[in-house]
Design a binder for this molecule. Structure first.
Ligand code: DC
Length: 223
């Protein structure tokens, strides 16, 4: 069974936060009828588990044991529903604080090692669309199709700002821009599995592209 799954085709979509990877990956997976891995949600779930247990971010041993013990379930419909040790944590996943802590625990090589197999297990027939930072470089280096999706920090901050305002959440564009830049730096500068473009990846800058055009370009790559 595992051998069969290892043959499943994989499309990796890596890039910085806010480039539109989630929307593109979900829609491409739906169009192809493939499975979808939102690897960021695994790091975000760990961040929530660490917060719930009030673990100090300097306590690497405790963070690693939480990562090892974590039981996650994903239900991928119109919205991704995630349960952590039986509790629905979907609504906490998208919080800025969760993303920031996720990026801090993701720096730890021991944590990345523990979470590696959990991500590889998503490779199932008929195929997988995997979204993250190191999908094409570390988790699925043998993927047939790889995309690196990015956009300028200003454009990504503007999109995030609009989303928050639409949800009637108070937001400050300058602060969002500097948070995005700080997260980019942490994700790109870490030693283990940093955010990087795989050599053979198709580079897409979505700064001035509608999402429909990005999806079309990705689907053309597969076809
Ligand atoms: O994609 P996201 O914003 O949900 O990811 C949250 C954090 O998780 C991101 O800032 C860094 C980390 N992450 C990672 O290190 N490797 C991945 N493949 C996905 C996410």
């Amino acid at each position: 069974m595992r051998n069969l799954s290892l043959n499943a085709p994989v499309l990796t979509i890596d890039g910085p936060s806010g480039a539109g990877k989630g929307t593109v990956s979900r829609l491409v997976a739906k169009t192809l009828g493939w499975h979808y891995l939102d690897s960021g949600s695994i790091y975000r779930s760990l961040a929530i588990a660490v917060q719930k247990k009030m673990i100090d971010l300097a306590d690497v041993k405790a963070i690693v044991s939480v990562a090892e013990a974590m039981v996650l379930e994903f239900e991928c419909g119109d919205e991704l529903i995630v349960t952590l040790n039986g509790e629905d944590i979907t609504h906490q996943l998208g919080l800025e604080a969760t993303g920031s802590i996720a990026s801090q625990v993701a720096v730890l090589p021991e944590v990345r090692q523990v979470l590696l197999q959990k991500q590889k297990d998503f490779r199932q027939l008929p195929g997988l669309v995997a979204d993250g930072r190191d999908m094409g470089t570390v988790v699925f280096p043998d993927a047939e199709n790889k995309v690196f999706l990015t956009a300028s920090a200003e454009k990504r901050a503007e999109r995030r700002y609009k989303q928050l305002i639409e949800k009637e959440i108070d937001a400050n564009l300058a602060r969002i821009t500097s948070e995005i830049e700080a997260r980019d730096r942490r994700d790109m500068d870490r030693e283990t599995a940093p955010l990087a473009m795989a050599k053979e990846a198709l580079y897409i800058d979505s700064s001035d592209m509608p999402i429909t055009a990005v999806i079309e370009e990705v689907l053309n790559l597969i076809r």
